[in-house]
Ligand binder design. Structure first.
Ligand SMILES: C[S@@+](CC[C@H](N)C(=O)[O-])C[C@H]1O[C@@H](n2cnc3c(N)ncnc32)[C@H](O)[C@@H]1O
Length: 255
């Protein structure tokens, strides 16, 4: 199995790449897979001037919840790229359903390749994608290459809480990294504990139901689906106890 597959599994909280073929089934009831489209829209509206000519790149766009909602609320063009063909198909259907298919382009692809060829965007988005592009330093530097000078980067990630054992960076460590990378933190929205726990409960219920259906159909693979439910729960617990989920708006400095 390649590193790309391992990171893909990890980005969707699967501990084993063996789960990859089942992820579209397990996640079929969810549209939003990580980031809050509303928080991203609020940050863009508050700080960037957008028009139909504004071009956004949504890397690892999942099922297109962020892209489609941005296109329909702000009327700008969005290109979304994700490695799972089923997710891209779903995103295209949603764009058509909301009447924004002319503004949205969805493509199946590996974002490690896309960051080399996709350039000159006004805003690049990386929502709840973890370390698919590498370390945090490398991720920021690759994202910078996709936007114009003075353009913006939106990232959904997390701050490690004080004294946590999380692998995440603390807010101070992020700020140091931004300074070194010559990007400015313009604004941030922290997810509230209440919003997070109700979302977690709702999503866990949907996933558990689909995992139980798969267990009935494929009893020999029950261990796989049980492990998915367990790792989802562990991720929810980590998000509630060790990390503060945050959406960050960064501006790429001209200097
Ligand atoms: C937690 S989901 C977040 C999806 C979306 N950004 C959102 O916030 O709703 C992580 C996404 O990363 C995608 N992904 C993982 N590795 C990838 C890669 N190398 N290239 C493109 N997409 C990738 C997965 O398919 C999945 O859709």
């Amino acid at each position: 199995m390649s590193t790309v597959d391992e990171k893909l599994a990890k980005s969707l909280t699967a501990e084993s790449t063996e789960l990859i073929p089942y992820l579209p089934y397990l996640l079929q009831d969810l549209w939003e897979l990580g980031s809050s489209p509303q928080d991203m829209i609020d940050l863009i509206t508050k700080h960037a001037s957008v028009s139909r000519r504004t071009r956004l790149l949504d890397l690892a766009c999942g099922k297109g919840a962020v892209s489609v909602n941005i296109a329909r609320t702000l009327g700008c063009s969005v290109k979304g790229i994700d490695i799972l063909p089923e997710f891209i198909e779903f995103a295209r259907r949603k764009a058509a359903e909301y009447g924004v298919d002319a503004l949205c382009e969805f493509e199946v692809g590996d974002i490690n390749q896309a960051v080399k060829s996709e350039t000159n965007y006004d805003i690049a988005i990386l929502g709840a994608v973890g370390d698919v592009l590498g370390s945090s330093e490398k991720t920021i530097s690759l994202l910078k290459n996709t936007v114009k000078p003075g353009g913006y980067i939106l990232i959904d990630d997390g701050y490690a809480k004080e004294q946590s054992n999380s692998h995440c960076l603390t807010r101070d460590a992020w700020l140091e990294l931004f300074d070194a990378a010559r990007v400015t933190l313009v604004d941030e929205i922290l997810i509230t504990d209440d919003a997070l726990s109700s979302l977690n409960v709702e999503q866990q219920e949907c996933i558990r139901k689909r995992a139980n259906e798969l267990k009935e159909r494929l009893p020999r693979k029950a261990y796989l689906f049980d492990s998915y439910i367990a790792s989802q729960q562990a991720e929810c617990d980590e998000l509630e106890n060790e990390i503060s989920g945050v959406t960050l708006l960064l501006r790429v400095d001209d200097r």
